[in-house]
Design a protein around this ligand. Structure first.
Ligand code: ADP
Length: 625
């Protein structure tokens, strides 16, 4: 897989480098400009200093320039040169030269004969006196004897002392040269002066050899390679005695124009400590000599200043860049914030718009819901009214149904009452008091029974609410009493197994439910050979279940889903209205209970009324037969 760099990360890598670039560029430009300005300043100062020093050298030399020629005026010297063996004359001249030398402050003053031999000298008393020495090999002698001004810097062949030789050919009135006068001048005072003034300078002669230097290490070093011929010539003249004249090696040399040079000397030179220092080198040709005065100004300070300026410029540039970056970042942040605010405002506007739309929708939905609620309430009201109507209708139906039976039921006792009362009257007339009283008892019982029947009916028809309490066994008793005529007809075996409990339902409503259930059970078992009814009650958790079971044919499967539907009946003709179960279920629900049907495997149907438990139960009170 080829290595790829994402443009973004490349930019991230390059960015710091790109930012560093102007910093370095600034620093570099500042360094170059500052260095150039520093060099220019140094060059200007150096030029003045060079001029001053050159004049100082020239004046040092010019102090003695006439001295040799003055000796031409001295007769004693001329006499000595004409008669070299005159020892007295020689002593006088020696003394004269000695005095001259001491007063002039030169190194030595001496006179050579035409052959180049020293005939008189200021140091005639010194053990290493020049006296008698043959100096004809010295160039200054050769120049002077030829009538030219002898100028020569060299190291003394006797004492090895460096000095500047000024020679003059002593000539008589006819121009005939009869000897040479020489003054050896000390120039090392210049070096001392340079050292005191902390000036780095040197003087190089016509051979390119450094003859005077503020730095002793540079002394008698050649600035350029010396050819073999030159070396031989120098050896012959013993100008530099036996010095090796090593070449002063430069590590670097750059021309800066206008006679300016930047030089760096090899280690150890000129100053071991500052061997790595670059110098600004300025040279000037001295008057009256073939010498060059060179001034060396260290560039260390200039460089240091340039470096400081460069660092300052780089820092300023970096600061500027940082400020620019900060400004840019701030601008970006502000732009981003403005964008974000704008986006937020836009989103807000959109949101408000949506909210408006949604609010309108919600309002419409709300209105719809309100309308629906109103409709539902209306429907509920209608339903409740229908339910009430149903209850009333159910009651009326039951009452209607019962009234027939009731009439039959009451008619029978009434007929019996009529017969019994007539018989009682007759028995009383006959004086059969016992029989008459027995008849009256029967009459009383029959009246009680009729009273009970009508009482139940009244209670059934009375308006009720859902908050009453019912005694289960009373309700069962009342129901059975109300259904007495039909029980008499069907004569089922009734098994009773329930508790004496109080249930949270109106007494009449419970009786109404039980009358419906038992009446249906009686209808179901009417055709059975051995009709049976089970009336049971069981505690089931927090509820109490009352079951009315029969051994009739049961509910046919196709009818099972419709039992609790209004007006559903399987009974022929006027026998059924299809109200009983619907009404009973509705009454049970109103009392927070349920009415369900089960189909026992052994046959028949079992209707179970479940109601919440209200009071403690006791042991079963009865078992019907
Ligand atoms: P109705 O008695 O006037 O028909 P109900 O609502 O009381 O109305 O009863 C509806 C129907 O439920 C009855 O027609 C009958 O088919 C069926 N049913 C009710 N109780 C029993 C039962 N114990 N055994 C068999 N079928 C029953």
């Amino acid at each position: 897989m080829p290595f790829t760099v994402k443009p973004r990360s490349t930019t991230r890598l390059l960015l710091p480098l790109l930012l560093l670039l102007p910093v370095f560029a600034c620093g570099y430009v500042a360094f170059i400009a500052s260095e150039q300005a520093g060099i220019d300043r140094l060059a200007e100062t150096g030029e003045r200093q060079l001029e001053l020093n050159a004049r100082a050298v020239e004046s040092e030399i010019s102090k003695y320039i006439y001295l040799p020629s003055l000796l031409e005026l001295d007769d004693g010297i001329r006499r000595l040169l004409n008669a070299p063996d005159d020892l007295e004359q020689q002593r006088q001249v020696n003394r004269y030269l000695q005095g001259l030398n001491e007063r002039g402050g030169s190194l030595a003053v001496y006179v050579l004969d035409r052959a180049g031999q020293v005939v008189a000298t200021s140091n005639w008393l010194a053990p290493d006196s020049y006296m008698g020495e043959d100096l004809s090999f010295r160039p200054y002698y050769q120049e002077a004897i030829a009538g030219l001004p002898g100028r020569f810097y060299g190291i003394g062949s006797t004492r090895g002392e460096a000095g500047y030789y000024l020679a003059h050919g002593l000539a008589d009135a006819q121009g005939h040269i009869y000897g040479v006068a020489v003054v050896k001048v000390r120039l090392d005072t210049l070096e001392e002066r340079w050292s005191r003034a902390q000036v780095k300078a040197y003087i190089s002669d016509e051979n390119g050899v450094i003859i005077l230097s503020s730095d002793p290490a540079m002394r008698l070093k050649s600035l350029r390679p010396l050819s073999l011929a030159t070396r031989e010539r120098l050896a012959n003249s013993q100008q530099y005695s036996w010095w090796r004249l090593d070449e002063l090696r430069l590590r670097a040399r750059d021309s800066l124009g206008d006679g300016l040079e930047q030089v760096r000397y090899d280690s150890g030179l000129p100053d071991p400590v500052a061997s790595d220092v670059d110098y600004l080198s300025q040279s000037l040709q001295l008057d009256d000599t073939p010498w060059h005065l060179t001034l060396l100004t260290p560039l260390q300070e200039v460089r240091r200043n340039a470096l400081s300026n460069a660092m300052l410029a780089a820092a300023a540039c970096a600061l500027l860049i940082v400020l620019l970056i900060v400004w840019n970042q701030r601008r970006k942040v502000i732009t981003t914030r403005l964008d974000a605010r704008e986006a937020l405002e836009r989103a807000n506007r959109e949101l408000e718009l949506r909210i408006d739309v949604r609010t309108a929708d919600l309002c419409a939905t709300n209105e719809r819901l309100k309308a629906e609620i109103r409709e539902r309430l209306q429907a509920e009201q209608t339903l409740r009214m229908a339910q009430d109507e149903l209850v009333r209708a159910g009651k009326l139906a039951v009452i209607g149904q019962m009234s027939t039976n009731l009439a039959h039921e009451i008619n029978q006792p009434l007929a019996a009452l009529r017969t019994l009362s007539a018989n009682a009257v007759r028995f009383l007339q006959r004086g059969a008091i016992d029989t008459a009283s027995a008849n009256l008892e029967s009459i009383s019982e029959l009246v009680d029974r009729v009273g009970k029947i009508t009482g139940s009916l009244r209670a059934f028809a009375r308006g009720t609410d859902d908050t009453g309490h019912a005694q289960l066994h009373t309700a069962i008793e009342t129901s059975l009493l109300m259904l007495h005529p039909r029980l008499e007809t069907v004569r089922p075996l009734i098994e009773r197994d329930y508790d004496q409990v109080e249930l949270p339902i109106d007494q009449t409503r419970l009786e109404q439910i039980l009358v419906n259930l038992i009446a249906n059970a009686l209808d179901a078992v009417r055709e059975q050979q051995a009709p049976r009814l089970w009336l049971t009650g069981r505690q089931r958790g927090d509820e109490y279940a009352v079951e009315v079971r029969d051994n009739g044919p049961g509910v046919p499967p196709q009818a099972r889903d419709h039992l609790f539907e209004l007006f559903y009946t399987t009974k022929p003709g006027d026998a059924g209205l299809g109200l009983g179960l619907t009404l009973s279920a509705s009454l049970a629900a109103a009392a927070n209970g349920t009415l369900t049907v089960t189909h026992p495997p052994e046959g028949g149907a079992a209707f179970v009324l479940t109601l919440p438990r209200s009071t403690q139960c006791s042991s079963p009170d009865s078992r019907a037969s």
